[in-house]
Design a protein around this ligand. Sequence first.
Ligand code: ATP
Ligand code: MG
Ligand code: MG
Length: 388
Amino acid sequence: MNKTVGILGGGQLGRMLAASASVSNINVVILDVGEHAPAKQVISPRSASLAHIDGSFADPEKIRELAERVDVLTVEIEHVNADVLEEVQRSRSVQVHPAPSTIRIIQDKFLQKEHLLSRGCSVSEFMSVESTVESVQEAAQELGLPLMLKSRTLAYDGRGNFVISRISQAQAALEFLGNRPLYAEKWVPFAEEIAVMVVRNTSGEVCSYPAVQTVHKESIMHLVFVPLRNRDPAVPARAQVIAEAAIATFEGAGVFGVEMFLMQDGTIYINEIAPRPHNSGHYTIEACETSQYENHLRAILSLPLGSTALKVPSSAMLNLIGLSSNMSDLTPVIEAANLTPGATVHLYGKSECRKGRKMGHITLVADSDAQLSDRLRPLLHALSSPPE
Ligand code: ATP
Ligand code: MG
Ligand code: MG
């Protein structure tokens, strides 16, 4: 078997997917803007027919061109053109995973929430809003303050979100979010954020990874702790059941990230779903029997899934997020990681460093939670004291 996988998107998730594919000699063709997108740096095409494509993953012509070159199309980002994916799935002998219908629902967070609610999945309160001050104020009256106003589309790293704490901020929120379709969510006073990666192959075999705790800073994922510890030992397994049930409502194969809110009383709400490998699953490369990337490839290539079990008692992932335009601000934490047993530094090869941009991550594995804390401490210290 030497199948070719086309990936829409050439960022860090595509890069780690391509790295995993290279281990198994699976051909990968990447569609993204730029010759040196992070994912394109990993695999150099072995023939002209396998050359990467320079263009947008939302451009119909470029998607059709990619479909000509591959056996299976997949995505590393949900903000793609679902109509064209549907068209190439219908008209050509190419499979698309996850299903374009799934991508279409998930890429609109309001449709996603309505879908989950109508299928009996646990989501907290939300409502549609018009992009007018009156409509936003009505939502605030209905759902209370603070109110989470969200862009329905093209959101990532919290950039489509605005927290309204006072009703007078409605205008500012609309200006901040620009001319985008919006909806509102009731504020969720969660105890913790958690996530579960679920994978399903083309035969319908399903596995999930252990529940993890995710810690966000300024709406960007900062840390992941694995496995999730809770005073109620039933919580992690319950999170897996909820995540698997949610994914059962969507079509197509592949790995899915299910972000959830865990409340003080143990209630779990789904925040959102990613139809692709996810930041909360980076740790699986070092800490699990099979990484989320390998399992995504197995899933879409009709292979049996690999074990999702942890290989180590305790693990963590620390995102390396740009502190400024200067990548060298991250040097202290990278150097600290190089001196730490059980640490693996991943750098994504992005051409430019920017404040708030994900530039890499560090995975830690340890024999115990106590050892993990000892290994993490110097990294967090180095991160909080960048060079002068
Ligand atoms: P991602 O990078 O995960 O795709 P995103 O831009 O889609 O992020 P969300 O996941 O919707 O954004 O929100 C980002 C963060 O904001 C969440 O992880 C959580 O910390 C916080 N948040 C989101 N919705 C709510 C809510 N309704 N109540 C309280 N906090 C929230
Ligand atoms: Mg999101
Ligand atoms: Mg999110």
